[in-house]
Write a protein that binds this ligand. Structure first.
Ligand SMILES: [Zn+2]
Length: 276
């Protein structure tokens, strides 16, 4: 999935149980939020190179915990909103407990993810986090046509339907900014629609290693990179600006690895996003 990175919680008993979802699943998606003021992924995700180190090791990737969502959305170590995938999408997670009629953990089984809460007053983080959540839902709906938009629900809504424990997340957070789950579903719908209208416009990640005022300089630099085994191209931005970029990846981590490879070969650079 394009927007997520894998950080499987392999020590979590839920990951180990690997209970396959029943037929016609995933039947929906439950959106949770953590209920604690800590927007940093490292609190929940064991991926120090992306999220930063959690010295307490109290993330989901541990043996003595009774819960595990499929994914967590929050801030990586550089302060960007990212989505970590903790479980394969097609195994049952332990996320919502049970209600009067059963549990969406198992039957029918829902994909469930957590959004890291902050102090619930930062509008910018709110917008970015729910934007990413909507993007995740849209991509999951594309991968799993069994998921219908009316079954993209909050933990609170799952409880109201009788299939989850009595929690109010993330509706309490949405309400702080005058929003609700209908607003969120509209956001998801818009993303599903725009993806259908513009196939193949997914983001690409490239590594920019240089910028030159003329084509010859850029080409010469690219040749040096190619001599070191790096693949790339010159992008003409204007008659006075030529960028040298290498690699082209749909997954950001792969671009980061390529950047490390470029640095090891003596080239400095940074990652840029481009439409495919
Ligand atoms: Zn919840």
């Amino acid at each position: 999935m394009a927007i997520t990175f894998e950080a499987f919680a392999k020590n979590n008993p839920c990951y180990k149980a690997a209970r396959k979802m029943p037929a016609e699943s995933p039947a929906g998606i439950i959106v949770h939020s953590t209920g604690a003021n800590n927007p940093n992924l490292k609190r929940y995700v064991n991926a120090p190179e992306i999220c930063g180190e959690n010295l307490y090791k109290n993330y989901f990737d541990r043996a003595d915990i009774e819960a595990c969502p499929h994914a967590v959305i929050g801030l990586d170590k550089s302060g960007s909103v990212r989505t970590a995938q903790l479980l394969p999408w097609n195994i049952c997670c332990w996320g919502c407990g049970g209600g009067s009629k059963g549990s969406y953990n198992y039957s029918p089984a829902y994909i469930q993810f957590e959004i890291c809460e902050d102090g619930l007053t930062d509008n910018q983080y709110f917008e970015k986090a729910f934007e990413q959540a909507a993007q995740l839902c849209a991509e999951l709906m594309k991968s799993y046509p069994t998921i219908k938009i009316e079954n993209v629900i909050s933990h609170k809504e799952a409880h109201a339907r009788g299939y989850a424990s009595n929690h109010g997340d993330p509706d309490h957070w949405l309400a702080k900014f005058g929003k609700d789950m209908d607003w969120f579903r509209d956001l998801v719908k818009a993303k599903v629609q725009s993806a259908a209208e513009k196939p193949g416009t997914a983001k690409r990640y490239r590594v920019q290693i240089g910028a030159f005022t003329n084509n010859a300089g850029a080409k010469n630099y690219l040749a040096q990179a190619k001599a070191k085994g790096l693949n790339g191209f010159v992008i003409k931005v204007s008659s006075k600006l030529y960028r040298v970029q290498i690699g082209s990846f749909s997954v950001r981590e792969n671009a980061e690895k390529y950047l490390a490879q470029a640095k090891a070969a003596g080239f400095n650079g940074f990652i840029v996003e481009a439409d495919a």
